[in-house]
Design a protein around this ligand. Structure first.
Ligand code: SF4
Length: 422
């Protein structure tokens, strides 16, 4: 979500005639986009704010802006700690900086057409719903990003059409909880309806979405993924823990069995789907037995990928107020290593099944004649290719596989129109 916000702001600033520079001391405007999902991320932002302060003394006209999840309820505190910061912007609220820049540059803001379009590349993000209503006990997001607010379908379709005109081939629809899209809009609208509309955008070749919540992934959404040609067969469905007691304390709203039933429902409908998940290890009070239940669910589901993180206290969350962060750091690290080793083995086994298969790959980047792209079910694919392939859909025969990516060689560059759901 932060990456999408940075791209949109960069695009707006480009339209004001501002361009990226390599060195901080060459900049006329410095924007820090902050993340607070973990304490270490927040600490890094504070470190950068402190480190960059002397630049403002050397160059008083420098515009210094802080955006993202650090800005919000504590803005007054931030203003007094960092008085040299000119602008504080909540997530997606770019106006204070744009207004200041327009004022300094003597530019009419209304004249900046499409000032908040995403910066185009082959594959880009489109935020469709902001905020989250779930209030999982470990998570700070609902306090910083606010309650869920869906964007309107016509506006999103228009944005997708504009992106296609500017060369985008794949969009990833983003939300903290993307599956709850539409519940706050008038009428019976959900993510499935939006996927249908985005799927119909001419010139767009792929649609993805992130991140799902097991309780909101409805049958209609699953059917839409299955039925729509451009919607890729990959779902990130965070489980967070495999033990009912930990899930209860996390307030995730489902049990282990309910989660497993959802996975069954998805796999029964979409046989070629790849699945990834998010896991937190060492949550407050997590015992060895409870952690083993997490390992068990990972063995049982056999996800393609697991994003694992060690639990850390976030002041302001329910978990920090209600529970003790009592799993020792060394135990957390051991658990993380055990989980990562298990997943590495599973990912290696799953990816080895791709050997000698032919994958449709959207080429995202080429460096030194080495191309990189992703298959429909989100496998990172490397192969030899020249830079004019960027943006093309190619067929790659896989000849080498590993835990995190696969390699192969291009066998043809067919017409894009021939690609369809398997
Ligand atoms: S659903 Fe995700 S974003 Fe929302 S509170 Fe839970 S973990 Fe945080």
């Amino acid at each position: 979500m932060n990456k999408a916000d940075s791209e949109r702001l960069e695009s707006a600033m480009n339209q004001l005639g501002l361009h990226k520079v390599d060195q901080e001391n060459e900049a006329d405007v410095i924007v820090l986009n902050s993340c607070v999902v973990r304490q270490s991320a927040e600490d890094r932002v504070v470190g950068n704010l402190t480190r960059l302060a002397p630049l403002k003394t050397l160059k008083p006209d420098l515009v210094f802006a802080l955006m993202g999840c650090m800005v919000g309820p504590k803005t007054e505190e931030l203003e007094s700690t960092f008085p040299y910061v000119d602008v504080f912007m909540r997530p997606q609220e770019f106006d204070p900086l744009i207004d200041l820049l327009c004022d300094r540059l003597k530019v009419d803001k209304e004249g900046c057409i499409g000032v908040l379009e995403a910066k185009p590349s082959v594959s880009t993000y489109v935020p469709i719903i902001h905020g989250c209503d779930k209030f999982c006990t470990f998570c700070i997001i609902p306090y910083r990003r606010g309650r869920e607010k869906s964007r309107f379908i016509p506006e999103l379709v228009k944005e997708a059409e504009m992106l296609v005109q500017r060369g985008v081939k794949e969009v990833t629809l983003l939300g903290q909880n993307v599956d709850s899209y539409g519940h706050d809009l008038e009428g019976d609208i959900d993510l499935g309806h939006l996927l249908e509309k985005i799927d119909a955008v001419d010139g767009l070749h792929r649609v993805r979405f992130l991140t799902s919540h097991p309780n909101d992934m409805s049958e209609h959404i699953i059917d839409s993924i299955d039925n729509l040609d451009k919607v890729c067969e990959h779902i990130n469905l965070p489980v967070q823990a495999g033990s009912d007691s930990v899930l209860y304390n996390m307030r995730r709203g489902y049990t282990r069995d309910q989660y497993l039933r959802k996975i069954d429902q998805i796999r029964t409908k979409i046989s070629s789907v790849s699945l990834s998940t998010d896991v937190i290890v060492g949550f407050c009070g997590e015992s060895d037995k409870e952690f083993n239940e997490t390992l068990d669910i990972i063995k049982e589901v056999r996800f393609d990928k697991v994003h694992a993180a060690v639990y850390s206290d976030r002041p302001g969350t329910i978990a920090t107020r209600k529970f003790d962060n009592d799993v020792p750091d060394d135990v957390k690290k051991e658990r993380l290593t055990a989980l990562e080793n298990l997943q590495k083995k599973i990912s290696t086994e799953i990816n080895s099944g791709y050997l000698n298969t032919i994958q449709e790959v959207l080429v995202e980047e080429v460096n030194d004649n080495r191309a990189r792209g992703r298959s429909r079910n989100d496998k990172l694919v490397h192969f030899n290719g020249s830079s004019e392939l960027v943006g093309d859909m190619v067929k790659v025969k896989i000849d080498k596989t590993g835990a995190w990516s696969v390699q192969g060689s291009v066998i043809s560059k067919p017409e894009l129109a021939t690609f369809a759901k398997r």
